[in-house]
Design a protein around this ligand. Structure first.
Ligand SMILES: [Zn+2]
Ligand SMILES: [Zn+2]
Length: 334
C-alpha cells in the first residue's frame, strides 16, 4: 500500500478505523472490534453459572454480545503459570427476527438466481443524515451510485432489481428520541432494527437495513471512535457512525465506500458465509481480503487505506471497488 503514504500524511490524524464484521473470534483487532454481533442471531438473556479454577494467567476472548448474568466461582492460586478452566452454562432464549412476518432469511442464497429484488432500507438519526451531495467525485452524480455499481458487480450477470435510495426523502428520519445515545453496542443497534426495520429480507426479496447513527460504536473495550461502520453478523443490519465518517475529507464517498465494505461483510465476505473460489482470506485480520487493492482489504478500515481508496477513485465513473477474488466468490455463490 505504498500509495497510501502520501494520503496518510493528510489524514493520519483522523485515525479512521474500520468498519465491519468479523467473526468474533477471528479478529486480530482488539476483541472482535468490528463485529458487534458475531455470527449469532437471536437475542437472549442468559444466565450462566460457571465454576472455574484458575491460576495465574488467563486469556480472555470476548465473543459475542449478549446480555447475560453469570455467576462464577473461581478458585485460584496465584502462581506464575496457570491454566484456567471454566465451565459455564448459559441458557438463552432467542427471538427470531421477523417474527410474525413470515420467513426472514440471512445471507444464504443472496446471490442465487431466484432473488428478484434487493432493497437497501436506510434510516437515520437526528443529526446523522446520510450524504446525498453530488459535488466531488463520480462526475457529480449521486454518491449512492457507488454503492449500486458495487452491489451490481457482486450480483454478476443476472442481478436482481436493486432498490437503493439516493435522496433523503427516500430514507426515513427516525424520531428525535429514537436514537439519543452517544455510544451503541451491537445489541442496541439490533434493537433499533427490530423496531424500525420495515423491510425484512425474504427469500426472493432480499434487503439490508442501514442505520446512520449520531454516535460511536462501543464494545467491551469502550468507545471505538475510529470505527466507521459495522455489519452485524448475518442479520443484514449495518450501522454507520456519522461523527467518524464526518472526519473524512470526502464524506459522501467515504460513506459509500464504507457501506460497500459493510455490505461485503453482510453478504459473507471474506470466507464468512461465502465460499472462496480461491484462497484470499486474510485470516489474521478477520473476514478480510488479502488483495490490497480490494475494498475488503483490512486497511480500508484505516485512515491510510481509506485515503488510498478515495485517491484511487479520482474523478472516474463507476469504480468497482471489489477485487476479482471477492467478485468471484459472490458470482460463484448460489
Ligand atoms: Zn471489514
Ligand atoms: Zn477482495
Amino acid at each position: 500500500m505504498t500509495r497510501a503514504v502520501t494520503l496518510l500524511a493528510a489524514v493520519a490524524a483522523l485515525a479512521l478505523g474500520g468498519c465491519d464484521d468479523e467473526p468474533a473470534d477471528g479478529a486480530a483487532d482488539v476483541g472482535g472490534v468490528m463485529d458487534a454481533g458475531g455470527e449469532g442471531e437471536g437475542e437472549g438473556e442468559g444466565e450462566g453459572e460457571g465454576e472455574g479454577e484458575g491460576e495465574g494467567e488467563g486469556e480472555g476472548e470476548g465473543e459475542g454480545e449478549g446480555e447475560g448474568e453469570g455467576e462464577g466461582e473461581g478458585e485460584g492460586e496465584g502462581e506464575g503459570e496457570g491454566e484456567g478452566e471454566g465451565e459455564g452454562e448459559g441458557e438463552g432464549e432467542g427471538e427470531g427476527e421477523g417474527e410474525g412476518e413470515g420467513e426472514s432469511v440471512g445471507r444464504d442464497g443472496l446471490f442465487g438466481s431466484d432473488v428478484e429484488t434487493f432493497t437497501v432500507e436506510v434510516d437515520y438519526a437526528v443529526g446523522a443524515a446520510p450524504e446525498t451531495r453530488r459535488e466531488g467525485l463520480l462526475n457529480n452524480r449521486s454518491p449512492w451510485t457507488l454503492f449500486e455499481t458495487n452491489a451490481l458487480a457482486l450480483f454478476g450477470d443476472d442481478p436482481p432489481m436493486l432498490i437503493v435510495p439516493r435522496e433523503l426523502d427516500e430514507m426515513e428520519a427516525l424520531p428525535a428520541d429514537a436514537a439519543p445515545l452517544d455510544d451503541y453496542r451491537g445489541r442496541e443497534i439490533l434493537d433499533l432494527a427490530e423496531v424500525y426495520r420495515d423491510t425484512p429480507s425474504r427469500p426472493a426479496e432480499r434487503s439490508v437495513y442501514v442505520i446512520w447513527l449520531n454516535g460511536y460504536y462501543e464494545d467491551d473495550s469502550g468507545r471505538r471512535d475510529t470505527v466507521l461502520g459495522v455489519s452485524l453478523g448475518d442479520s443484514g443490519v449495518i450501522a454507520m457512525f456519522k461523527p467518524v465518517l464526518e472526519r473524512v475529507s470526502n464524506t459522501p464517498i467515504a460513506e459509500q465506500t464504507t457501506l460497500v465494505h459493510e455490505f461485503g461483510h453482510a453478504a459473507g465476505l471474506v470466507n464468512n458465509g461465502l465460499e472462496q473460489v480461491e484462497d484470499h482470506h486474510d485470516s489474521e485480520h478477520g473476514a478480510h481480503c488479502s488483495n490490497e487493492d480490494c475494498v475488503m482489504f483490512w486497511l480500508v478500515e484505516s485512515a491510510a487505506g481509506l485515503g488510498d481508496f478515495l485517491g484511487l477513485l479520482g474523478g472516474g465513473d463507476d469504480p468497482v471497488l471489489f477485487g476479482p477474488e471477492c467478485l468471484d466468490d459472490a458470482r460463484a455463490a448460489e
